[in-house]
Design a protein around this ligand. Structure first.
Ligand SMILES: [Zn+2]
Ligand SMILES: [Zn+2]
Length: 131
């Protein structure tokens, strides 16, 4: 890896780690490019994929939208706003891997568990009340 690659990777890492919003790769691209416009989209995608692969960050699959990236790499649940698409953490009493308890999974081998809640974020539910 060249010195330039290493520096770009470090910039992507630092910019991402400052974001606390479960950003999509595209929003990381915008944030990175406002810091250093010479860093290309492909580089940002590659760095995020490699960090996720090494367990440094989490890739959060949200079913009907672009995957999100999460600086918090410990297992936890998420909630997605059905109106604006915002994604946030849900704090649960039990660690994620203990819920829910499967009684029958039709012979499948479970590789990972993830829970996604759907709702309205505080901004959207406030707007809804005004209408
Ligand atoms: Zn919302
Ligand atoms: Zn999270």
């Amino acid at each position: 890896m060249t010195e330039r690659n290493t520096r770009q990777k470090e910039t992507v890492r630092l910019v991402f780690m400052k974001m606390r919003t479960h950003p999509t790769a595209e929003s990381v691209v915008s944030a990175v490019q406002s810091t250093d416009p010479t860093i290309g989209r492909a580089t940002v995608y590659r760095v995020l994929a490699s960090m996720a692969k090494h367990g440094e960050i989490l890739k959060v699959h949200v079913a009907d939208g672009a995957d999100r990236f999460d600086f918090n790499n410990s297992p936890h649940s998420h909630i997605k706003c059905e109106s604006c698409g915002a994604v946030d953490d849900v704090i649960t009493a039990e660690p994620d891997d203990s819920i829910p308890t499967i009684l029958d999974c039709r012979g499948y081998v479970v590789l990972k568990k993830t829970v996604l809640y759907y709702g309205l974020c505080p901004d959207c539910s406030a707007k809804e009340k005004q209408q």
